[in-house]
Design a protein around this ligand. Sequence first.
Ligand SMILES: Cc1ncc(COP(=O)(O)O)c(C=O)c1O
Length: 448
Amino acid sequence: MGNPTDHLWMHFTRMSSYRETPVPTIVRGEGAYIWDSEGRRYLDGLAGLFVVNAGHGRTELAEAAAKQAGELAYFPIWSYAHPTAIELAERIAALAPGDLNRVFFTTGGSEAVESAWKLARAYFKRVGKPTKHKVVSRHIAYHGTTMGALSITGLPGIKADFEPLVPGGIKVPNTNFYRAPEHGDDPAAFGRWAADEIGRAIEREGPDTVAAVFLEPVQNAGGCFPPPPGYFERVREICDAYDVLLVSDEVICSWGRLGAYFGAQRYGYRPDIITTAKGITSGYSPLGAMIAADKLMEPFLTGAASFAHGITFAGHPVSCAVALANLDVFAREDLVGHVRANEGGFRATLEKLYDLPIVGDIRGDGYFYGIELVKDRATRESFDDAESERLLRGFLSGALFEAGLYCRADDRGDPVVQLAPPLIAGQAEFDEIERILRTVLTEAWQRL
Ligand SMILES: Cc1ncc(COP(=O)(O)O)c(C=O)c1O
């Protein structure tokens, strides 16, 4: 084998970093752990990429894939169907909240987001509101990389190279309460303000031009912003008032990540569409889905009408078989209940780190946390670009990995360490995460 970077073009990767340094190469996983090609073991603090919810090394999921590939490896869901797609759609509809009964499969999250925007546009055209086409989403939110999803994404740094993007992506404030520009001492007032900003944006753009609002239950990019109390309730009212669809982008936040099958259930709101992917198969095969409310499919149910959209590998039989087996594991082991029972322990263990001066804020829910790092806890002063570069890229990511913890040090917003272990993790893994973070963050502080 030559140098791994001779031909493999890694995603979101500074390839130059690996000219001299070897690429970490992961070869095996078991439970909450992964092993590299040198035989070293790491705690998988990010479930791959918020994906491996049921944990690594589940032979029953591998066997489900092999069995399906032997029986029927591939068939499209374009005017034909196959049993695993039919069964999985039914299972998902039963688990999804309210009247979200229509499952449109994709191969991943960006395509689910893309499909949701396309459905919102097509739906409004067919119900006599053809000018509704724009989407509202939040600053620093990540919704994927295809051109439509990228337009919904609120991270200027990953958009600039590809401008001009799809027009109509409107940005509103996120729910970063730690850095609230208003009502920083009152979460409910802050939530009301942040939700009302969506209403004001719709007013500004013209309600007859806005089709949908895309929100994650807990916003990942920026480091886990949970919704303040009353936020989604108010957003729902606003969406109803302006006839705008509420899309809950749960590519990360579904399948137990927040201690519920869907994030919307955790926070008790009713979306019109859920977009999902990642944990739906725990990563044993790629799959995503857009789950739509009944009313959104109605215009496509009669006469010559059809939703003119599809993807060859969407609803792949092997992926659907794996997802069904994955949901069997969820049910048998009550993984969702396990998260609910243990999330308090996860939070309490991470909160021990508040005695380190570099730790500014620890936030999240379920098995999904961000730890924001600061230069000065009293003033909440963050690091400048050069310090962030030195601290996060130059030291933290590598040092955490070296110390046996795979997770992510992210500076797409303020610098954060992101944690989302497999849902099978328990107190022993939480303690290990805390111990490694304590050692490495202490050293980071000394280096500053
Ligand atoms: C909220 C959200 N939406 C969309 C996406 C894009 O999903 P994918 O990478 O599967 O295309 C992601 C990926 O992390 C995500 O977190």
